[in-house]
Design a protein around this ligand. Structure first.
Ligand code: GYE
Length: 325
């Protein structure tokens, strides 16, 4: 190595080392790394855990300097995190908004600071579309429609009335609003079905179980034919409640839910869950691409959608080893 090269290598090392100590473990963010503030909803479900892992893996050092914050399902925590990202002058903000409304003010603050915002997974309701650069996530209305279509198909030749209960996601969240909308749109076209009860189980197993217990009590034995749960975790909680009531989940009460997490495939394999509508949480790599683009000022699509399918009990055993979350 000649002298000049050695010097250049030494300068590079010092620059890289200088960025040490940041980021959570692993490699250090490199010189010129893109600093991203990411505000996550919480850790409410298996879906969310897989999503967090995917985001952390994709926005890793040395290319990125990730500042990750968990809001524990509270909007006030997310607003605080966003304000702290703005104060720190991060390059890009990415976040998964727990609910749809109430973001106008803080998003205007980010815009005034010249920090582009990428929405991941959940959408916001704002009148000014320029308040965020792009959105990456699923079509939740379509997921709701898929659940209803599966149910209608599975009920072929069956006489009505079919009494359905609905475990909704977090009140005011995009997936709860949209899944409910898509499900009702399709189910409403078949007069055999009635939604007898709807309540939020906040996307958690514990709440799903609790609310299902209340549904079973209120409707009495034999009063519920179908459960539609806005996510797999609530369905898994509800399965426990159904078994505790002496009923057979998947048989006495048919169950369809959304996400397609490992726990759902295990429940389907055991015959206790009838179908799951896939919602892909592994957004990290596509998010990293969008962050690179908005940071470089390159044009990005307004909306980037994730591809997903529908899986039934019959497919569960074969699919399980292929599942990545
Ligand atoms: O379905 C649920 C999670 O926003 C798509 O949030 C996400 C939803 C997911 O808690 O399990």
């Amino acid at each position: 190595m000649n002298k000049g090269l050695k010097l250049a290598a030494a300068v590079l090392c010092a620059a890289v080392l200088g960025a040490c100590g940041k980021g959570d473990g692993g490699a250090a963010a490199g010189d010129g790394a893109i600093t991203v503030g990411f505000s996550q909803v919480g850790a409410e479900s298996e879906w969310r855990t897989a999503n967090t892992r995917s985001v952390k893996e994709a926005l890793a050092a040395p290319e990125f300097n990730l500042k990750f914050s968990d809001a524990q399902q509270k909007q006030e925590n997310q607003i605080k995190a966003l304000r702290s990202f703005i104060a720190q002058g991060v390059d890009v903000i990415a976040f998964s908004p727990v609910v749809e409304s109430g973001w106008e003010t803080v998003l205007r603050e980010a815009k005034a600071a010249g920090i582009p915002v990428v929405l991941t997974d959940r959408a916001v309701a704002v009148s000014d579309e320029s308040l965020y650069a792009t959105f990456i996530g699923s079509d939740f209305v379509e997921e709701g429609r898929k659940a209803a279509r599966w149910l209608i198909e599975d009920s072929e030749g069956q006489a009505g009335p079919v009494r359905v209960v609905e475990l909704q996601g977090t009140v005011g969240s995009a997936p709860a609003n949209d899944r409910m909308k898509g499900f009702k749109e399709i189910l409403g076209q078949d007069p055999r079905f009635t939604i007898v009860r709807s309540q939020s189980g906040d996307f958690t197993r514990a709440k799903g179980k609790e609310v299902m217990e209340a549904f079973l009590k209120a409707e009495g034995p034999g009063g519920i034919d179908v459960l539609f749960a806005h996510n797999d975790d609530m369905a898994i909680g509800a399965i426990q409640a159904i078994e505790a009531a002496g009923l057979k989940p998947g048989e006495d009460i048919r169950i369809v839910s959304i996400d397609g997490v490992r726990g759902a495939f295990e429940a389907m394999k055991a015959g206790k869950l009838n179908a799951t509508i896939e919602c892909n949480p592994l957004l990290g790599p596509q998010l990293a691409d969008l962050v690179r683009d908005v940071h470089a000022g390159r044009p990005v699509p307004r909306r980037v959608e994730v591809e997903e399918g529908v899986f039934t009990r019959e497919q569960a055993a074969a699919e399980l080893p292929r599942r990545k979350y």
